[in-house]
Design a binder for this molecule. Sequence first.
Ligand code: DQA
Length: 151
Amino acid sequence: MPTMNITVINGPNLQLLGLREPTIYGSTTLEEIQKHLQDVADSLNVNISFFQSNHEGEIVDKIGSCLSDGTNGIVINPAAYTHTSIAIHDALKAVLLPAVEVHISNISSRESFRNLSMTAPACLGIIAGLGVDGYEWALRAIVKHLKQNRK
Ligand code: DQA
């Protein structure tokens, strides 16, 4: 069976997980999340790679490069760009790759400016409010989706 490649993209300020507003985002670091996702990916027998940037254009570039780097599916937490970025929405639409959007916090129950996701309509689905475990659920969901839709 051909290998499946998943790219995990994290947006601005998520490099500060562990330190950043722990009552909202918890105490787990991005490195720990990525290590856990690597273990889950190994157990599912899929390849996984990680990217984090604080810059919208770099995230757009990364999504664009997924077209030619063998990526089959995307897990993305666009962080604050969730609520503002038509460019990330358009990039996800452009590459036509399935993506699952993750939020550690429940963006529907926080400040009103977080209630709208500009990027979610370009995704297969969204997981929010389940803490950092949401990354694992998103990875499992995208792998299941890809396996079910494999030709
Ligand atoms: C977040 C929610 C966003 O509103 C916020 O700007 C973030 C993190 C989350 O994972 O809960 O940076 O995406």
